[in-house]
Design a protein around this ligand. Structure first.
Ligand code: AHR
Length: 681
């Protein structure tokens, strides 16, 4: 599950131990607030006209399952173990396609309540387990769910849906109260009574719960309990409670809006490791991730101990992508899973056929698969251009089979039926031919990323690079031989880490003729106990709150200030001695976009002058800046605003001015990223 890009490995070997250090050759912190020197640390001579188109565009990676970031995160469902499928030991690595089943995260609402996990009278073949709620005949009985570490209760309508039947099969009416309560039962925030008319058949019940008051914390439960006598109780399954979602999707609004705000042009989906599954039977089989929820069996999880519901399934992910104004990069399972086993060459056929069916389902206008999609409510085909075959096939045993047969088998079959698609290889190692692009991953320390960024101008132009996973994951302060497991591993993105990511993005943009896209990974972290497996992450949250990290803000800046064309630039001082990183481009609307990252512990003056006598104008200038005195500062749920950027849509930021010759001088604060959008006069 760990990844290092090949190009990165080569670079790391070359640069060796000199990469592991405190942040740069920067001055000591005693010079933190020192005024900038009067002569510019760097003068940038920027060509007045662009030399090349930039293909670079920001991507987001919706990595399923990890950190309870989809179930328990982006998927707005608040009920945990809603169809009694949990109880998965990740280590045990089950082949079970339906979930062993358990009553985890459910409790009885009264002392006498008995909850029984039942396989009798299944709701559907996909969701075979259900809960039978019984108890003392004359007392109330019921079932309560503790959510993904509680429920955030606010004054908004929550949609409730569940299936129920009579456990004896005999027709009966069971009046129940459904509601949201504090865990100690002292407060009722919302309740409804429903006269459940039950029979031996499963029936769906739906209502809305609108709390009359908000809860002060997430320490709350949802419950269904009989009003009065339990009698024969009730049998229940697929219990769902969702607050209002984002723009008609199934997504949690704060998380979905945060992603919309960074304006990604591409969305890679689904995982990551979760695409591959822990073993071959737990691969991402799209047919189990579409259609009515009661017919979705879900899947063994790759990271969490909760069952993968696939409620945020294939169409839901595509719909979200579309609403974000982005195009999908569809990850296709390529016959290799995380236990190191590959599907043998002569057994690959069904997996290839499944991939083709998936593409027909998403892209066709007519025919069997288009009809199926239409029956699920989506008439128009989805629009996308890129398909990635596999995930990280440079790792472990994957490399022994990817180039030798898996890649070519998928490539040929897809190219034959979908010649319009661009196929991205997950590695170029060991015989991979005909790839139009490669997805290279990069997890690093700040210093490693600075060094990488400095080398990016020399990147081979042989094949377009998509860095669809990258992040600073380790502070680099403890010289860890393994940046994944050493003590320097970050819990949250830091200021200096985010600046390092900015230097990488600036390098990608400067070389946007060959770097086509980049996606920070992972995006989501549910901060609940045992809900996170991988840090740091772009957005941290719990049942009610969300925090934007320093890395998030860098994504925001790059997504909101994109460039279309690259302006070549010469520098008075090389980057590896100034420790100031840059990209210059034009936005297609006659503006120069300048991105400047000062990784030093003191402010620095820089000068930007255009060639051929061209001038910059401050009219309509826009700017964005993130800075801080503490390079290790991080935004967290308990300190969400440690580092917050500022933007202005009217004029230059403090410390920036135009001189009479149309050049720009800027004082870049210590530890800062600055983006300027200026008219080319
Ligand atoms: O982003 C976390 C993991 O890193 C991804 O699942 C995998 O592709 C990579 O190893």
């Amino acid at each position: 599950m760990k990844s290092l890009s090949l190009s990165w490995v080569a670079l790391a070997l070359t640069l060796g131990a000199c990469l592991f250090e405190s942040v740069g050759a920067a001055p000591s912190s005693s010079s933190l607030s020192t005024a900038a020197a009067s002569s510019p640390a760097v003068t940038y001579n920027v060509a007045a006209k662009p030399s090349r188109q930039s293909k670079f565009a920001l991507a987001a990676f919706i990595e399923t399952n990890i950190n309870s970031g989809t179930d328990g995160g982006l998927y707005a469902e608040t009920i945990r173990n809603r169809a009694f499928q949990d109880n998965v030991s990740n280590a045990a690595n089950t082949n079970n396609a339906l979930g062993k089943g358990s009553l985890l995260h459910w409790t009885g609402t009264s002392k006498g309540t008995e909850l029984t996990l039942s396989l009798d009278n299944s709701l559907s073949a996909a969701l075979p387990q259900s809960a039978i709620v019984t108890g003392q005949k004359t007392d109330s009985c019921g079932i309560a769910n503790s959510g993904f570490e509680g429920f955030s209760v606010t004054k908004q309508p929550y949609k409730l849906a569940f299936y129920a039947r009579s456990p004896t099969g005999k027709p009966t009416t069971v009046p129940v109260e459904v509601g949201l309560y504090s865990s100690d039962s002292s407060k009722t925030f919302a309740k409804q009574t429903l006269p459940l008319k039950l029979s031996g058949e499963w029936q769906k019940f739906e209502t809305t719960l609108t709390p009359s008051q908000a809860a002060s914390n997430n320490n709350n439960v949802f419950a269904i309990k009989t009003q009065g006598a339990c009698n024969d109780g009730f049998q229940v399954n697929l219990v769902s409670l969702t607050p209002p979602t984002w723009q008609g999707t199934v997504a949690r609004p704060d998380l979905a809006q945060a992603l919309a705000d960074i304006k990604p042009k591409y969305v890679r989906l689904p995982g990551g490791n979760d695409l591959e599954g822990n073993n071959i039977p737990s691969w991402f089989n799209w047919t189990n991730a579409v259609g009515d929820l009661k017919n979705r069996p879900g899947r063994t999880p790759t990271w969490t101990s909760d069952w993968n519901t696939e409620g945020l399934g294939l169409m839901e992910l595509m719909d979200l992508t579309e609403k974000w104004g982005a195009q999908a990069i569809l990850g296709i399972y390529a016959g290799y899973s995380l236990d190191g086993k590959a599907v043998p060459q002569n057994q690959l056929g069904p997996y290839i056929q499944s991939a083709l069916n998936q593409l027909h389902f998403l892209l066709d206008t007519t025919g069997r698969w288009a009809d199926l999609r239409k029956s699920y409510g989506r008439s128009a085909p989805y629009k996308f251009q890129h398909v990635e075959i596999g995930n990280e096939d440079w790792l472990g045993a994957a490399v022994q089979t990817y180039g030798p047969y898996r890649w070519a088998a998928f490539r040929d079959a897809i190219a034959k039926e979908f010649p319009q698609l661009t196929l991205i290889a997950s590695t170029l190692l060991n015989g991979v031919e005909g790839a139009k692009a490669v997805d290279d991953h990069l997890y690093a320390t700040p210093s490693q990323l600075f060094a990488f960024a400095e080398g990016m101008d020399a990147t081979s132009r042989a094949i377009p690079i998509w860095e669809l996973e990258y992040a600073v994951i380790n502070s680099g302060l403890t010289n860890d031989s393994d940046i994944y497991s050493g003590p320097g591993r970050l819990k949250h993105p830091t200021l200096i880490g985010a600046l390092a990511e900015a230097t990488f993005l600036a390098g990608a943009e400067r070389n946007g003729d060959i770097f086509y896209s980049a996606a920070y990974a992972p995006l989501f972290q549910n901060e609940g106990t045992n809900l996170t497996q991988w840090t740091p992450d772009l957005l941290s949250f719990n049942a009610g709150q969300m925090v934007k990290s320093t890395s998030y803000y860098i994504q925001y800046a790059w997504g909101n200030y994109p460039i279309e064309q690259i302006h070549d630039t010469s520098l008075s001082t090389p980057t590896n001695s100034s420790h100031i990183y840059h990209s210059f481009g034009s936005d297609g609307q006659g503006h120069l976009v300048a991105k400047l990252i000062n990784t030093n512990a003191a402010a620095r003056d820089v000068k930007v002058q255009l060639g051929s006598g061209a001038k910059l104008s401050a009219n309509g200038a826009k700017s964005w800046q993130m800075k801080g005195n503490d390079p290790q500062a991080a935004n967290t749920l308990s300190n969400p605003q440690a580092v917050v950027p500022q933007s202005s849509s009217s004029g230059l930021p403090q410390g920036a001015q135009l001189t009479s010759d149309g050049s720009l001088t800027v004082t870049l604060p210590a530890y800062s990223a600055t983006v300027l959008n200026l008219a080319l006069a």
